[in-house]
Design a protein around this ligand. Structure first.
Ligand code: NAP
Length: 482
């Protein structure tokens, strides 16, 4: 069990020995079963959608200011319970406690942002082409939304969706990832404490066997007007196909394959520090993390030396232990995939500069790994690695860097380091990505639009645009036709 200052946050967690319709939640660092939660089925999802449909009109009728007060209160409660929430997050997900605390603060920032932004769901007055008409638009809550969230950022991904949906006047039915249901349940509990009316934020926990049917219900149920998903491109495609009959509005944050490009004129130490945090944060299990590190040939060897030295110093261990910078991978399947990608690269001619195998700590711990002589033929170049493996690739010109960077179907985040002002705009425009970090590896902020292009998804989260996903535009034409 998890010892909390405020145990009610885990009121839904059942003892490990519970029988019945439940599934186990484990600590990836130790394998300990933390407890069990309800394994919901389609009927439960349908009932939650129905209750959300009943509760949503009254919520939408609440003035935006009143909705915002509840959301702001929720932000305050998240911060007030930051220690407990971070502990839950580290225990079920594995990330270091300092990163978990950061994620709780990041989650709170979305409720704070959208508490205000909901008050700015402005309509427009449109100049009419004829004197006897008045044209205007209003923006109204879309209705019930559903969200499917991943395990890598189980609190902030949920917050980024729910804060926008609730601010717009929608209800949101949540299906968290199998591995991390506790963080979602704790957040929902705090939402209730903040004064959110019943039925508006139900959490439908389910294991991976029950999930596909629940996902299909979200897609096909006509009462769900918006489906917001963060996860793999593979599942995202499936949700698009399943949503065709109900013509659902989809907001999809899918996989990435971020290039991290270091030009010869870059501040080398800043680039090394940026690449390190981008690559190894959350043990590399981040959709926007550096997946391919492209370095100009003039500085390649120096960069590689500094980067390897810094990666070798990373402290790997249980996220609860002081000073740990890299926790375990989420599960054994993740470890197998990472090893398979490293083996494929080595088979095809890559060389290991660091790591390359499971960590001596065992279980799902993996060594911080750096590969060189990586080519586009290797899986580490083509696929999202989702592990602490940094492939280094040498380039000789800006044109070649752009070609390599864009040689993927993904289009989520890209990064480059350069001190050449001309190049900064020129190169940013050439990159086929939804987000570009320039001399910056940490780009996610509630004020900024997060999202991808190409196969990385549809729509944006956060920022002013994040609210739009949950609003319908209604055009009013007032006049006399005769
Ligand atoms: P995943 O398999 O797609 O799982 C994500 C969520 O989808 C989980 O809640 C999962 O539930 C659910 N799911 C799985 N199969 C489903 C189905 N057939 N129908 C409906 N829901 C289904 O992704 P993952 O590999 O665990 O997570 C990592 C992926 O998420 C990476 O590709 C990463 O890039 C992406 N991601 C993207 C962003 C972004 O903002 N673009 C942010 C974070 C992560 P179960 O756990 O119960 O199977």
């Amino acid at each position: 069990m998890i010892a909390l200052e405020y145990p009610d946050l885990l009121e839904a967690l059942l003892p490990a020995e519970s029988a019945g319709n439940t599934f186990a939640v484990a600590d990836p660092a130790t394998g300990e079963i933390l407890g069990r939660v309800t394994n919901n089925d389609v009927a439960a999802a349908r009932a939650a959608i129905q209750s959300a449909s009943a509760a949503q009109p009254a919520w939408a009728a609440h003035p935006a200011l009143a909705r915002g007060r509840i959301l702001r209160r929720l932000a305050e409660l998240l911060l007030q319970h930051q220690n407990d929430l971070a502990l839950i997050l580290t225990r079920e997900q594995g990330k270091p406690l300092s990163e978990a605390r950061g994620e709780i603060a990041f989650a709170a920032s979305f409720f704070e942002w959208f508490a205000e932004e909901g008050r700015r769901a402005y309509g427009e007055v449109i100049p009419a082409p004829q004197g006897d008409k008045r044209l205007l638009t209003i923006r109204q809550a879309a209705g019930v939304a559903a969200a499917i969230t991943p395990w890598n950022f189980p609190v902030s991904m949920l917050a980024r969706k729910a804060a926008a949906a609730l601010a717009a006047g929608c209800a949101m039915v949540i299906k968290p990832a199998e591995q991390t249901p506790l963080s979602a349940l704790a957040l929902a509990r705090l939402a209730r404490n903040a004064g959110l009316p019943d039925g508006l934020l139900p959490v439908i926990t389910a294991d991976r066997d029950n999930t596909p049917a629940i996902g299909e219900e979200f897609c096909r149920n006509p009462a769900v007007r918006v489906l917001s998903f963060t996860g793999s491109t593979r599942v995202g495609r499936q949700l698009i196909a399943q949503s065709a009959d109900s013509v659902k509005r989809l907001a999809l944050e899918l996989g990435g394959n971020a290039p991290f490009i270091v030009f010869g004129d870059a501040d080398l130490d800043a680039a090394v520090a940026g690449a390190l945090v981008s690559k190894f944060r959350n043990a590399g299990q981040t959709c926007v993390c550096a997946n391919r590190i492209l370095v100009h040939e003039s500085i390649f060897d120096t960069f590689a030396e500094k980067f390897v030295a810094a990666a070798a110093r990373l402290k790997v261990g249980n996220g609860l232990d002081a000073g740990v910078e890299q926790g375990p991978l989420i599960d054994a399947r993740a470890l197998e995939k990472v090893q398979a990608l490293v083996d494929d690269a080595i088979d095809k001619g890559a060389r290991l500069l660091l790591g390359g195998k499971p960590h001596a700590l065992g279980r799902t711990f993996y060594e911080p790994t750096v590969l060189t002589d990586v080519t586009p033929a290797m899986r580490v170049f083509q696929e999202e690695i989702f592990g602490p493996v940094a492939p280094l690739i040498r380039f000789s010109s800006e044109t070649e860097a752009a070609e390599l960077a864009n040689a993927t179907e993904a289009g989520l985040a890209a990064y480059f380091y350069s001190r050449d002002a001309q190049r900064i705009f020129r190169f940013a425009e050439v990159l086929q990505y939804g987000m570009v970090g320039i001399n910056s590896a940490m780009i996610s902020l509630p004020e900024a639009p997060f999202g991808g292009i190409r196969q990385s998804g549809l729509g944006r989260e956060g920022a002013r645009l994040g609210l739009e996903e949950y609003l319908d535009v209604k055009y009013l034409c007032i006049g006399q036709d005769q």
